[in-house]
Design a protein around this ligand. Structure first.
Ligand code: C2E
Ligand code: MG
Ligand code: MG
Length: 303
């Protein structure tokens, strides 16, 4: 530090403070070189994400969902993908929280809704049967009172109706105290789009919210599906989740299905829809089209 200048000292103090804050209030932290590297990386990634949003470099991949009664397509979930020319493939588990932290999540949410509607509109125009698309939104997206209108615009611009779009939310929207959230959710529901509770059963909130929130669908958390074949408790809880959904007239969908054994248990329990690698990984649009055609072909050879 004898050779360091004041600017460097302040900058490093800032990094240490950021670190202390992210670990919780009322803490202290000393600067280390590793910390500097992490902070630099984060800064570079943040700049790259800004750039990617600006130049439309993010992509949506689509994962099919299957109706368990008819075994036909129920819908597709749009999942954000980011391939950076130097950083490579960056997981949404990394860039979604980053977008939250640096104030880009609003923009990312808008982009995902517009892009998914554009894609569905395009599929419909070309005669491909995709019944609906579902888009993930973050709790912060619902702070924006303009969100419902923005969604309606995206639908109209692509000649779609509100029921063609489902919005996936998590229980975290309820931990959020922003007064706009409830209003925005209700308006989206009243406009006719569906809300789906993603990762159902994995959070800490009470079931009370199901009385207040206008959700149309529950999406069982993957963790229950993972162990369903061997763990009686997982199996019992997945059935309990189905009963909660059915008693409230909600559709119930299971995600993360990888094995036939898991699928048949869920089907016996009465699950309405299924999603997972067993059917397909999330695919870029062109590959999803090929998957759909292949599916049609299989259906016609069975009949
Ligand atoms: P999610 O919405 O619960 O999405 C399901 C995740 O499970 C996806 O991971 C999907 O690729 C993965 N998955 C699906 N089937 C299987 C399976 O059979 N086995 C396994 N092991 N995994 C499976 P992904 O795409 O990495 O997304 C992770 C999370 O990132 C999502 O969880 C969602 O919360 C978030 N996310 C993705 N795209 C967006 C977006 O556009 N906006 C927001 N706000 N969040 C997004
Ligand atoms: Mg989801
Ligand atoms: Mg999920």
């Amino acid at each position: 530090l004898v050779h360091g200048n004041v600017g460097t000292v302040l900058h490093r103090a800032d990094i240490a403070m950021y670190q202390a804050k992210t670990q919780g209030r009322g803490r202290f932290s000393f600067f280390s070189n590793e910390m500097n590297v992490v902070a630099q990386e984060r800064l570079a990634l943040e700049a790259a994400l800004r750039e990617a949003l600006l130049h439309n470099q993010l992509m949506l991949h689509y994962q099919p969902q299957i109706d368990m009664k008819t075994e036909k397509i129920y819908g597709v979930e749009a999942l954000a993908r980011w391939y950076h020319p130097t950083f490579g493939e960056i997981s949404p588990a990394r860039f979604i929280p980053l977008a939250e932290e640096c104030g880009l999540i609003g923009e990312l949410g808008h982009w995902a809704v517009r892009e998914a509607c554009k894609q569905l509109g395009d599929w419909r125009k070309r005669g491909l049967n995709v019944p609906m698309v579902s888009v993930n939104l973050s709790p912060t997206n619902f702070h924006n009172l303009h969100l419902p209108q923005m969604i309606m615009n995206a639908l109209e611009e692509n000649s779609l109706s509100p029921k063609d779009l489902t919005l996936e939310i998590t229980e975290n929207v309820l931990l959020d105290t922003n007064p706009s959230t409830m209003k925005t959710l209700l308006e989206i529901h009243e406009n006719g789009s569906r809300l789906s509770m993603d990762d159902f059963g994995s959070g800490y909130s009470s079931l009370n919210y199901l009385r207040k929130l206008p959700v149309s669908e529950l999406k069982l958390d993957k963790s229950f599906v993972d162990d369903i074949e061997y763990d009686e408790a997982s199996k019992a809880l997945s059935y309990a989740a189905l009963c909660i959904g059915e008693s409230l007239q909600l559709t119930v969908i299971a995600e993360g299905i990888e094995k036939d054994g898991q699928y048949s248990i869920l089907q016996k329990q009465g699950y309405h829809a299924a999603q997972g690698y067993l059917f397909s990984k999330p695919l870029p649009p062109a590959s999803l089209e090929a998957w759909l055609v292949d599916q049609k072909h299989k259906e016609s050879t069975i009949q």
